[in-house]
Design a protein around this ligand. Structure first.
Ligand code: FA5
Length: 331
């Protein structure tokens, strides 16, 4: 009986001094649970003389019942106290100004592509898209690359299967077009291109190109220069000058690379933009086009270079990093 009294007293003190529902649960485990100390008293009943058993049993049960209601009462108090603390913490100040929803905008590259589409469209060129995962034959064979020609090494890429590559140049759209349309025609494309290259400020494994392509009667370098000049003036301003220098690409003859210069950009220094030339007669003949009658020009350039020049962006990796602080600058 003395033991019951001592335990009950200890339990009550513990319950009163518990300062959280968590502490209270620990006390419940220690005393009241199945293996708790108060409950455990019942086990002592076995060693008592038979006539004392009922009295002892009743005393333990009563003590447990009192302990249980003391516990329940304290649990209710602590739960309420904790709830009001949480309520205070979660309180919302409805008078604070709300957060403005962030307005999305087009990516600076997309803005550039839109402008390219407007400019080329205004000159009567039709937009056409080829796939980014391209058949090897369109990326190289159809463009007059002889098998194992070293020019392919300059465009090492990601081979997805024996016959498919991530396209290295948008010029790959030419073969697809030749299979579908007959001259005269003018087409252009803008899209993502890929090369296995060491990434630096001006080179990426994933970049973008514009390719333009026209076949008609009597097309010459003059048409190429006129079209490219008009394109460059609309993209970079009226004062822009275009410079051609001989270069080699298997799909053009003659081939050139070209640079632009304008007083507004880089103190008028020449900036390389891409390659161009007259469509190689081998290609026209392969698609059954009469080369006595028809000829064509093509030019291609790195589209990432355009906003780099226009806005003075010195690292093209920024385009793909999705950093809002960068992207938000191009309204
Ligand atoms: C070509 O890709 C040819 N298809 C261009 C062409 C089209 C020539 C039509 C003749 C007729 P080139 O490999 O030089 O050429 O690449 C063209 C442009 O793409 C480069 O001037 C550069 O602006 C851009 N470019 C090339 N590699 C990368 C790269 N790794 N990262 C960013 N831009 C690149």
């Amino acid at each position: 009986m003395e033991q019951i009294h001592v335990l009950e007293k200890a339990f009550e003190e513990a319950v009163q001094s518990a300062s959280s529902t968590y502490e209270l649960r620990q006390i419940e485990l220690k005393y009241l649970a199945k293996s708790g100390e108060l409950t455990g008293l019942m086990r002592g009943i076995a060693s008592l003389p038979p006539d004392e058993k009922p009295k002892f049993g009743a005393a333990v049960n009563e003590a447990r019942a009192r302990a249980q209601s003391a516990y329940d009462l304290r649990l209710a108090q602590l739960t309420e106290a904790e709830r009001s603390v949480r309520f205070e913490q979660d309180r919302i100040d409805v008078t604070l100004p709300s957060r403005m929803p962030r307005a999305g905008r087009e990516h600076v590259l997309q803005q550039t592509f839109n402008k390219i589409k407007r400019v080329m469209g205004s000159m009567g060129f039709v937009y056409f898209e080829g796939p980014e995962l391209e058949d090897f034959k369109y990326n190289f064979d159809a463009l007059n690359y002889p098998p194992d020609h070293p020019a392919m090494d300059a465009q090492d890429t990601f081979y997805v299967s024996d016959t498919q590559v991530m396209r290295t140049q948008c010029t790959a759209f030419q073969g697809r077009l030749f299979e579908q349309v007959k001259p005269p025609f003018r087409y252009f494309t803008v899209g993502r291109t890929f090369r296995n290259e060491t990434v630096d400020r001006t080179h990426s494994h994933t970049f973008h190109q514009i390719d333009v392509f026209m076949v008609d009667e009597g097309i010459s370098m003059a048409h190429l220069k006129g079209t490219l000049g008009a394109f460059a003036r609309q993209m970079f301003g009226e004062e822009v000058k275009v410079r051609f220098r001989p270069d080699f690409f298997p799909f053009v003859e003659p081939g050139v690379d070209y640079a632009i210069s304008t007083p507004k950009l880089f103190d008028g220094k020449w900036v390389e933009l891409g390659g161009a030339g007259l469509v190689h007669p081998n290609i026209l003949e392969r698609y059954g086009i009469d080369t006595e009658k028809y000829s064509g020009f093509a030019f291609g350039l790195g589209a990432d270079r355009i906003p780099m020049m226009a806005y003075g962006i010195d690292d093209l990796r920024l385009f793909l990093e999705n950093d809002k602080r960068f992207l938000e600058q191009f309204a």
